[in-house]
Ligand binder design. Structure first.
Ligand SMILES: [Fe+2]
Length: 428
């Protein structure tokens, strides 16, 4: 028995790849949800050293649930067969193709609607370097924006990459970036791309001892950079902020004064004492920064003391002022209990909670807009739930307008889906 919690319980890998047809459903699946819910995460089947194992390590495994006209047609899980790429963090669909994706130099792996990994080159083969786990799709242009790093090969630069709406590489702009900060995400507004140069940086010490090679760095001043989306000749405009790290933003946008507003689930400290995972040193809290372009100053405010991660919004509101956001919440304990979903109303400064219930542990709530819906919260929240007693998972579907009223439908899966990272809904 090992002591690494990221190899135990529902963090442990799933050993079998299975497929089951006609899943049992409690409640009624909305008929406009026709498509594929896909979730990616690490599935470390072979671990060389249990002591140094980190939650972020291991080959990607996809779990897929196919819904059609009110029926749950099937569940499957398959390892991502990436040929050199672990592709274990997220999954996106873009320009009619589906990709398993990861950061730090590894390639996206194209997959088909049956979860098979394909040998085709990502983005029609015209981008020959690694990508990111969190590209941002601009709903106005259909372009994907990504901040990409590969510190094994590019020591002091990152690449800002744009993939066009047809799925081809459009441009790469190289940006000086000496900190080697762990650049998990970016954010976009109408006119800017945000460069997140935060206080977790590449660590040779950890790499040398076999650990995940990023560490909290008190010496590194956190800062957010604004890069002009339309003018490559302009330098990044930097705003210093209190030392922090966040993996995930809710959103970013420009307000009436032309200031840039960005909100995220931010940690005061992580990867400092705990070298295996993120949650034990400080809880991630909803935090907002306003970047004043005239003064060059940033103002921060912590908006909630609850521990929240995996934020999602209606994808059409990326770059625009958004009223609603959804996140997975935990008690402020040493290890997260993933006990509820919080729906934030940023306009009315209020929130609503859906509790998964005793013995249940949730996952990222993915917002899917209802067919023909026009309201920002008119749609569904899809979330996997692990039940400790049965040692299996369900997919629940909540009405995003009133998540506290409980699932409209629960799709019962034949096995558990480990605590992993990100999913997406692919309309078919
Ligand atoms: Fe992420």
């Amino acid at each position: 028995m090992n002591n690494n919690i990221y190899l135990q319980g529902n963090y442990a890998p799933v050993r079998n790849e299975i497929s089951e047809q006609r899943l049992k459903v409690t409640g009624n699946i909305p008929k406009d949800l026709s498509g594929l819910f896909l979730r990616n995460g690490p599935n470390p089947l072979s671990v060389l050293n249990e002591e140094t194992h980190h939650w972020f390590m291991g080959q990607g495994m996809l779990h897929g649930i196919r819904l059609d006209s009110g029926n749950a047609l099937w569940y499957k899980n398959k390892s991502v067969d990436g040929n050199q790429s672990v592709a274990n963090t997220s999954v996106i669909s873009h320009a009619g193709k589906i990709y398993a994706i990861v950061e730090a130099g590894s390639y996206p792996v194209e997959i088909d609607e049956e979860l098979n990994s394909l040998e085709t080159k990502p983005f029609y083969g015209n981008k020959n370097e690694g990508f990111t786990a969190h590209p941002k799709l601009d709903p106005r242009t259909g372009e994907l924006h990504a901040m990409c790093y590969d510190y094994a090969n590019k020591f002091d630069t990152i690449d800002y990459v744009v993939i066009d709406k047809n799925g081809s590489h459009k441009k790469t702009q190289t940006i000086p970036f000496e900190s080697r900060s762990m650049l998990h995400e970016c954010a976009i507004t109408e006119n800017y791309v945000l460069v997140l140069d935060l206080s977790v940086t590449f660590s040779l010490e950890k790499l040398g001892s076999g650990y995940f090679p990023f560490s909290w760095n008190d010496e590194h001043q956190s800062r957010i950079g604004l890069l002009d989306r339309n003018d490559e000749s302009k330098d990044v405009k930097w705003f210093e902020i209190d030392r922090t790290y966040f993996f995930h933003t809710f959103n970013a946008y420009e307000d009436h004064n032309g200031n840039v507003v960005v909100s995220a689930t931010a940690y005061d400290r992580l990867f400092d004492k705990d070298w295996n995972g993120p949650f034990t040193e400080s809880p991630p809290n909803l935090t907002r920064w306003v970047l004043d372009l005239k003064s060059g100053n940033a103002q921060s405010s912590k908006l909630d003391e609850r521990s929240v991660e995996f934020p999602r919004i209606h994808p059409n509101f990326i770059t625009r002022s958004n009223q609603f956001g959804y996140a997975l919440a935990s008690s402020n304990t040493q290890q997260p209990d993933f006990k509820e979903i919080i729906k934030y109303d940023f306009v009315n400064d209020s929130s609503e909670v859906y509790q998964y219930g005793p013995g249940n542990f949730g996952a990222e709530p993915v917002f899917v807009a209802a067919d023909g819906g026009t309201g920002e919260d008119e749609g569904y929240l899809l979330s996997l739930v692990y039940n400790h007693e049965t040692d299996k998972s369900d997919l629940i579907i909540l009405n995003a307008q009133e998540p506290s009223s409980g699932p409209m439908a629960t799709v019962h899966l034949p096995q558990r889906v480990p605590f992993g990272f990100h999913g997406d809904w692919i309309s078919i």
